[in-house]
Ligand binder design. Structure first.
Ligand SMILES: NC(=O)c1ccc[n+]([C@@H]2O[C@H](COP(=O)([O-])OP(=O)(O)OC[C@H]3O[C@@H](n4cnc5c(N)ncnc54)[C@H](OP(=O)(O)O)[C@@H]3O)[C@@H](O)[C@H]2O)c1
Length: 216
């Protein structure tokens, strides 16, 4: 199974770093291949393959690390290349000043993306994981939770399996509609972390569950 990450920003860089050990031949796609190459070199990721957009979209599982405002036009542009693929969506629909949401209560970015790409299987993940947590996933001996959602059970199982080796507790988060809650949890945790002085090192962990590593 070929895996790629799209975007060389904070989340893109962090996701490449954690995924590289579990996804041999991981491709790092950017609008500018040179940017992906220099980012991989800076991080010493010799096994990661830098690529332009079309080459990165040849993977079976594509993880985008784009903003919601950019991902819908991007999806329209690459609809054909994304058809038949699994696309992991990490976007949260926040306003530029992080004070509110750009979608109403009964909506989520993940569902919007699925509606925009009916021939692509969308899987939500990492929506609550702030970028600093990707650098240091274990805090006081605990790994943070990653909620994996999809309306396609097989696609969700594929991503759960892929993420099982990561230093996170990966959990089946149900259907895409649960992102109406999950995406809102991210803005709330951001506010809590800022109030308590540890932003952007913040993520969620569900209390009460057995300390196993992942859903099967
Ligand atoms: N920041 C966090 O801690 C955090 C936590 C959870 C979820 N998220 C979600 O993760 C996503 C990325 O956040 P980020 O903080 O990593 O953002 P970022 O640092 O600004 O990176 C975004 C990347 O998207 C690519 N990009 C920008 N404009 C584009 C366009 N018009 N078309 C295609 N690609 C474009 C760029 O990569 P190239 O130049 O290489 O193309 C850019 O580096 C957002 O949806 C956010 O809601 C972020």
């Amino acid at each position: 199974m070929k895996v790629s990450v799209i975007g060389t920003g904070r989340m893109g860089g962090g996701l490449v770093r954690v995924l590289a050990p579990v996804a041999p031949g991981l491709t790092w796609g950017s609008r500018t291949v040179e940017k992906a190459r220099s980012c991989a070199e800076e991080r010493g990721l010799a096994d990661v393959r830098p690529a332009g957009m079309e080459e990165a979209l040849a993977a079976d599982v594509i993880v985008h690390a784009l903003w919601f405002k950019d991902v819908i036009p991007w999806a329209a542009q690459y609809e054909e290349s994304l058809a038949g693929k699994i696309l992991v969506d990490i976007a949260n629909p926040f306003t530029a000043d992080f004070t509110d949401f750009t979608l109403g209560w009964g909506q989520s970015a993940a569902e919007r993306l699925q509606a925009a790409l009916p021939r692509t299987r969308i899987v939500g993940a990492f929506k609550n994981t702030f970028w600093r947590v990707l650098e240091r996933p274990v805090h006081e001996g605990l790994t943070s939770d990653v909620f994996v959602t999809s309306d396609d059970e097989e696609a969700k199982r594929t991503v759960l399996h892929l993420l099982r080796g990561l230093p996170f507790r990966v959990m089946d988060g149900g259907l895409l509609r649960n992102n109406r809650t999950i995406e809102r949890m991210t803005l709330f945790e951001r506010e809590l972390a800022m109030r308590n002085g540890h932003y952007p090192y913040v993520s969620w962990r569900l209390f009460g569950r057995e300390n196993d590593s992942s859903d099967k």
